[in-house]
Design a protein around this ligand. Structure first.
Ligand SMILES: [Fe+2]
Ligand SMILES: [Fe+2]
Length: 294
């Protein structure tokens, strides 16, 4: 695994760290550029009782929480891509160039988000613990195909929809610029995941051991769990259980959960992964325990 460490290190050292982004701009959450509508807290009495400035700073911190999870995903994405490059150098030599580009791009995304959160916003959260353990499990698993499948289908897709959602709300020019360049790269990464269908299908052939299904299942669950901005709710003493229930209702109503229950398994199936049992498990298990455990 020394080659992986060397690749990750070189990708970070050579990453184009977004020199042309407007880093001189100050990030001030009090300014009207920040939205004051929270996807999850909207409509809840404690949120309505806040002043406009408080609401703005709440939404700002929620955004920083999501970006912090994204940061963890970018770092892990870079690691996974480097691992896949080393592990599949012989079977899929033609994928090497794209994988190398992708590792560099994830490194760039990581550096830009890190700089935004630590230097400009001054708010950086630890990653959601379910997401952290799902990422660790995929990094530790031996199969490059599982790394690609979960990395490209579950996590890239989640990250791209998060970035797209944040971008539609971001009126703050620096954040919008960071997200815009990020999304441009992610669009290419998503296109690559289509290219992967055939090679992955040849390896999975509709079969996967139960441990693999567990990894996929937990990764999908972690993608949903990471949406809960628990630490932010805690800072403002908002009732955690009630926030969770409210958040789940909103996610259900907007069809977000349904996408994880149906579209994600469909995509996995296109890569030859057996999804029938997974679909059944997600039916009940996607949100199980999300209201209770903190
Ligand atoms: Fe990325
Ligand atoms: Fe990516």
């Amino acid at each position: 695994m020394n080659r992986v460490a060397a690749l990750v290190d070189s990708a970070l050292r050579h990453a184009w760290a977004f020199d042309e982004l407007p880093w001189h701009l100050e990030v001030d959450p009090e300014r009207e550029r920040f939205p004051q509508e929270s996807f999850f807290a909207e409509g809840l009495p404690p949120f309505r009782a806040m002043s406009v400035a408080q609401r703005r700073s709440f939404v700002f911190r929620e955004t920083c929480f999501h970006l912090s999870n994204l940061l963890a995903g970018e770092r892990s994405g870079e690691q996974l891509v480097a691992q896949v490059m080393v592990l599949t150098a012989r079977e899929r030599p033609t994928h090497r160039e794209f994988l190398a580009v992708m590792a560099q791009e994830e490194a760039k995304h990581y550096l830009a988000l890190q700089r935004y959160l630590s230097e400009k916003a001054g708010v950086l959260y630890p990653a959601c613990h379910q997401l952290r353990s799902a990422l660790d499990a995929i990094e530790a698993c031996a199969s490059p195909e599982v790394k690609l499948l979960v990395g490209q289908v579950v996590f890239e897709w989640t990250a791209a929809s998060l970035v797209a959602t944040l971008l539609t709300k971001a009126r703050e020019p620096l954040l919008a610029a960071v997200l815009r360049v990020n999304l441009k790269d992610e669009a290419r990464h998503l296109a690559y995941s289509q290219e992967l269908r055939e090679p992955l299908a040849r390896v999975f052939r509709g079969r996967a051991p139960p441990e693999m299904e567990d990894l996929v299942f937990e990764s999908i669950r972690a993608s949903v769990a990471a949406l809960f901005a628990e630490p932010v709710w805690g800072e403002l003493a908002l009732p955690s259980r009630r926030m969770r229930r409210h958040a789940l209702e909103r996610l259900e109503r907007q069809g977000v959960l349904n996408r994880y229950r149906t579209l994600v398994p469909d995509q996995l199936e296109r890569c030859g992964f057996p999804a029938a049992r997974l679909r059944r498990r997600l039916g009940q298990g996607l949100v199980k325990g999300l209201i209770h455990d903190a």
